[in-house]
Design a protein around this ligand. Structure first.
Ligand code: FE2
Length: 448
C-alpha cells in the first residue's frame, strides 16, 4: 500500500503500514508470537499455553477511571520476580532526578549548542545527560529533560525506569528498542514512548546517535482534546504504532538496571527478561512519526497559541494545566495577512525546553542549530531575535512554506532547574540574551 498526498509528503508505506506494528493510540491491543499463546476470553487461566506465566503490569491505579485506566497482561517464560534479585546501587553518571537543587537557578534565558558525540564507548545507560529537572519524582509530578548520546549498543544489559515514562526524540542516528512488548525501530523525526516499568535495551542500527529524552514523572502521555477542531488533524490515533510480541528464550547472563527514586541499581540475571511470548492490553510502548502530524494554523490573520501544535500531553489534576505538553513546529504554510508571522514576544507561566531535530526554527534563524537546546523558563520573556523581527516586519506577506524543519518543545507547568552539568557545559552559550539587544526603541508619538 502506498498512499501519497503530494510529492514532498512521505510515502506511508515506508513508515507506517509496516510489519511488526499495530496501529492505534491506547487501543486494547492483543498479539502473540506463538499461535495460541494468548488465552481467549480470560486473563489468568489455571494453566497457560506453552508453560507460560501470566502477569499483569499496571500503569495506573486499579481504580483509575476507565478512560485513563492502563494495564496489560503479559504471558512470559518467567514472571518478573525471576527478573529481579539483590540490587546494588551504581553510579547514575549525569542522570539526575527532581527534586535536584545541585545548581542555583538561573533567572535568564539559556541556550546550548549541540552536545558533541564522544568517541568513547557509551551505551544508553551512560549516555543520559540531564539538563533540567522540574517538580518532584517522589510525588509523581514533573519531568526531566535530558540529552542522549549513544555510541554503543547495550549487550546483555537491560533497564527499566520506575520513576517515569520516557519519551525519546532521536535527532541523529537510528535506534532500536528491544522491549518486553516487542521491537521498535526509530529514526530522527520519529518519537518513541516507553511506559514506566517496561524492560528494554537500546541498540544502534546506524552509527552513533544523539537525541533528546523527556522523563515524565506524572500520568501517562495521551492525545490532547481537539475541541472545536473536531475529529481529525493534529496527531491522528492511527499513526501511532505499537510493536507485536517478540521474545528471547536466552539462558545467558544479563545485567538488569533499574532507576528507582532517582538512583540507579543493578542486579545480574541468568537469562534475558525479554521473554514475553504474548500480551494484551493498553499499556505498551509505541512510536509515532512526527511527519504525520497534520498542523492547523491561521488562514486569515493573527495566529493561535502554540498549543495548536501539541502532539501529546501529560495532564495534571488541574484541567488544561499540563504536567508536560510535547509540542512540535513542523513544516507548514504561512499565509496569514497583515500579521507578524513568527511566534510573538511573550512571557509564560509554563516553562519551555526547546530542541531542534533538523532545519531552521523561524524565530531563531541564527544560533539555534539541530541538536541544540533553548530554555525559556517560567515568566522569562522571549521571542524573535532582531533579524527575525526585521524580516517578519518588512517581508512581503505572500504565502511562504517553512520546509525541512522540525523543532519541538517539552513544556511543563513547573519551573525547570538546570543541572550542574548543564550550567558548566562547554556548549552553553554565554551570549544568548544578546540576540534581543538589537531591538531598539521604535516608538514615535508623531508617527501613528
Ligand atoms: Fe514561548
Amino acid at each position: 500500500m502506498n498512499i501519497t498526498t503530494s510529492p514532498d509528503v512521505i510515502s506511508r508505506s515506508s513508515v507506517n503500514i509496516t510489519p511488526g506494528y499495530m496501529s492505534g493510540f491506547g487501543n486494547s491491543f492483543e498479539t502473540e508470537a506463538l499461535p495460541g499463546a494468548l488465552p481467549i476470553g480470560r486473563n489468568s487461566p489455571q494453566r497457560c499455553a506453552y508453560g507460560l506465566y501470566a502477569e499483569q503490569l499496571s500503569g495506573s491505579p486499579f481504580t483509575a477511571p476507565r478512560g485513563s485506566n492502563e494495564r496489560s497482561w503479559l504471558y512470559r517464560i518467567r514472571p518478573s520476580v525471576k527478573h529481579s534479585g539483590r540490587f546494588v546501587q551504581v553510579d547514575a553518571g549525569l542522570w539526575r532526578t527532581a527534586p535536584c537543587f545541585e545548581q542555583e537557578i538561573s533567572v535568564e534565558q539559556l541556550r546550548w549548542d549541540p552536545a558533541p558525540i564522544p568517541n568513547a564507548d557509551m551505551t544508553f545507560l551512560q549516555g543520559v545527560q540531564t539538563m533540567t529537572t522540574a517538580g518532584d519524582a517522589n510525588t509523581q509530578a514533573g519531568m526531566a529533560a535530558h540529552v542522549l548520546l549513544i555510541t554503543q549498543s547495550m549487550v546483555d544489559q537491560h533497564f527499566y525506569n520506575a520513576d517515569g515514562e520516557m519519551l525519546f526524540v532521536p535527532q541523529q542516528g537510528s535506534l532500536r528498542f528491544v522491549t518486553e512488548f516487542g521491537r521498535i525501530d526509530a529514526e530522527p523525526a520519529e518519537i518513541v514512548v516507553i511506559p514506566r516499568g517496561v524492560k528494554f535495551r537500546v541498540e544502534l542500527t546506524g552509527g552513533p546517535a544523539r537525541g533528546y529524552l523527556c522523563e515524565n514523572y506524572g500520568g501517562a502521555f495521551t492525545l490532547p482534546e481537539r475541541g472545536p477542531i473536531g475529529a481529525n488533524c493534529l496527531a491522528n490515533a492511527r499513526d501511532f504504532l505499537t510493536p507485536v510480541a517478540a521474545y528471547e528464550d536466552k539462558d545467558t547472563p544479563t545485567e538488569l538496571f533499574v532507576k528507582w527514586g532517582g538512583q540507579l541499581f543493578r542486579t545480574t540475571l541468568p537469562h534475558s527478561p525479554i521473554d514475553v511470548v504474548a500480551w494484551h492490553g493498553n499499556y505498551a510502548p509505541y512510536k509515532y512519526d512526527l511527519r504525520t502530524f497534520s498542523p492547523i494554523g491561521a488562514i486569515g490573520f493573527d495566529h493561535p497559541d502554540p498549543s495548536i501544535f501539541t502532539v501529546l500531553t501529560a495532564p495534571s489534576e488541574t484541567p488544561g494545566t499540563a504536567n508536560i505538553d510535547f509540542v512540535i513546529f513542523p513544516e507548514r504554510w504561512m499565509v496569514a495577512e497583515n500579521t507578524f508571522r513568527p511566534p510573538w514576544y511573550h512571557m509564560n507561566i509554563m516553562s519551555e525546553f526547546m530542541g531542534l531535530i533538523y532545519g531552521v526554527y523561524d524565530a531563531k534563524p541564527q544560533g539555534f542549530t539541530p541538536g541544540g537546546i533553548s530554555l525559556h523558563n517560567m515568566m522569562l520573556p522571549h521571542g524573535p531575535d532582531r533579524e527575525a523581527f526585521d524580516h517578519a516586519s518588512n517581508g512581503e506577506l505572500k504565502p511562504v512554506k517553512l520546509t525541512g524543519t522540525m523543532a519541538f518543545m517539552f513544556e511543563t507547568r513547573f519551573p525547570q532547574r538546570i543541572t550542574t552539568h548543564a550550567a558548566n557545559a562547554a556548549t552553553l552559550q554565554d551570549d544568548y540574551a544578546d540576540c534581543w539587544k538589537g531591538l531598539e526603541k521604535r516608538f514615535d508619538p508623531n508617527k501613528p
